[in-house]
Structures are given as structure tokens and as C-alpha cells.
Design a protein around this ligand. Structure first.
Ligand SMILES: [Zn+2]
Length: 260
């Protein structure tokens, strides 16, 4: 069995003390490839360096909406140059967060659309962060057509899910699946076609139920797979195969220069 963690912030300081050990345990658990999305320009260099050092790590470069105040005007230009030079597997993590108070929506929208244009011009998929903003994100995706991508930690409606699928997107499911009370997310994971789903941990955030309150880790991705299998009443091996295939297809991982 081979799994792909399509969303893992392994580059952040939470993993500085034991990143190698975490990676060793992650690989031993069957998670062979990880996509590491960026949050701000200041950390692109260290993220790219990490992905060069370790086999099976794939970078995405972008400017995360939650760090709006940190992004400078020239960062979008820098992103344009960086995607040409480094060929990440995606532009991300980008999007709109209308859940957190105090984040200027117009500013987010401008930053998001500018990055969608970067992705479109570079023919790259995008990794989306979407909270309380699915309709606005979908409208932007219809205006600026990118080569699909992943709506990370998907929490929209079944109807919105269908619209993402039509636009060439996959939907990311992770630790939330492992909580029995997450009836909405579990309902979605059950109702969606298998080709819609990719797995992710979002580590160090969104800990799985068995490690509640602790740092989340990509080594726990098999917990998410087991929860998905339980919810869908399907064979975990079959789900592993399909979710891995889905991730490879949407991010073109088999063509990416990352070492495996
Ligand atoms: Zn993230």
C-alpha cells in the first residue's frame, strides 16, 4: 500500500527537532510521498531546500490568505519567477478565508486572483484554502481557468463539491474524518465518487482522533484512510490505490522532478 499526503506543512518549526524521525516513521507507515504547501515568500527557500534533500517531498509555492499582512506587493512577481525557476507541483496554498475576522476581503480577493493568474500562465494546478468562501472561490475559478487542483480540507456542500469536480479539482479529506461527530464531512466523504477524493493530514494542524490535542503528523495518514474506509464501507487497499492515483493525476506527480 502506498499513500500520498497531499497537504502537510512539514517545513514548519514544529518539526525542527525531529523531522527526520517523523519522515522515517511516515515512510514506514506507507506514506511515500508528501506535498508541502507554502504559506509565505520568506519560507519558500527553506521549503524548496527540504524537498531537494529528501526523496518523495514535493513543493507547492504560494501566498496563504491567513498571512495577508506579511505578504508584500512584490511577492506575486517573485512567485511568477519562482514557479518558472523551480517548477513546484502546484501554486499553493492560496485562497479566501472569510471565517477569520479582520482579514481584508478585497485584499484577499486581489491576492488570490493574481496567484490564479500565475498558476494559469505556468500551467500549474492550485492548492486551495477555502473557509466560508466556496461560492466566491468557485466564481474566481470560473473567471481564471487553471489546470484544476485540490480544495484542501473540503467543508462545502455536495453541490459545491460537484462544481469543483467540474473544474478539474479533487477534494482533500483528513483528520476530521476520524471524529465520529464530524457528520457533515463524513457524509460528504461517503457520498462523493471515489475519483473525487485525496487524502491529507494538514500536519501539524488537525490532529486525528487518536492523537487529539497533540501535534499532527503525516505518519497518521493511515488513520484517515481507515476512517474513510469505514465511512464508505470499502476496502482500505482499494481506497489507498484510488486516492493515490487521484493525487498523482491532479498534481502530475509522476512527471514531477521530485526524487522518489
Ligand atoms: Zn495548510
Amino acid at each position: 500500500m502506498e499513500l500520498i499526503d497531499t497537504h502537510c506543512h512539514l517545513d514548519v518549526a514544529d518539526f525542527d527537532a525531529d523531522r527526520r524521525e517523523v519522515l522515517a516513521r511516515t515512510r514506514a507507515s506507507g506514506v511515500r510521498r508528501l506535498v508541502i504547501p507554502a504559506v509565505d515568500a520568506a519560507h519558500w527557500g527553506s521549503l524548496l531546500a527540504l524537498c531537494r534533500q529528501e526523496p518523495g517531498l514535493y513543493p507547492a509555492l504560494g501566498l496563504h490568505p491567513l498571512y495577508l499582512e506579511q505578504h508584500r506587493q512584490e511577492d506575486v512577481e517573485a512567485l511568477k519567477a519562482a514557479v518558472v525557476r523551480h517548477r513546484p507541483v502546484a501554486v499553493g496554498e492560496i485562497g479566501l478565508d472569510f471565517f477569520v475576522a479582520g482579514l481584508d476581503r478585497e485584499h484577499q480577493q486581489r491576492l488570490f486572483e493574481a496567484q490564479l493568474a500565475v498558476a494559469r500562465n505556468a500551467d500549474l494546478p492550485v492548492i486551495l484554502h477555502v473557509r466560508k468562501s466556496h461560492d466566491q472561490v468557485l466564481a474566481a475559478l470560473r473567471r481564471i481557468r487553471v489546470r484544476g487542483g485540490i480544495a484542501h480540507a473540503f467543508n462545502g456542500s455536495l453541490q459545491q463539491a460537484g462544481q469543483y469536480l467540474e473544474l478539474g479539482f479533487k477534494l482533500g479529506f483528513g483528520g476530521t474524518l476520524t471524529y465520529e461527530r464530524s457528520s457533515k464531512i463524513r457524509g460528504l466523504a461517503k457520498a462523493l465518487p471515489l475519483e473525487a477524493i485525496v487524502l491529507e493530514t494538514d500536519a501539524p494542524d488537525m490532529a486525528v482522533a487518536a492523537h487529539r490535542g497533540e501535534r499532527n503528523s503525516p505518519e497518521y495518514l493511515p488513520d484517515c484512510l481507515r476512517a474513510l474506509a469505514e465511512v464508505r464501507d470499502e476496502d482500505p487497499a482499494l481506497l489507498a490505490e484510488h486516492t493515490t492515483q487521484n493525487a498523482c493525476a491532479v498534481l502530475r506527480l509522476d512527471e514531477a522532478p521530485g526524487r522518489t
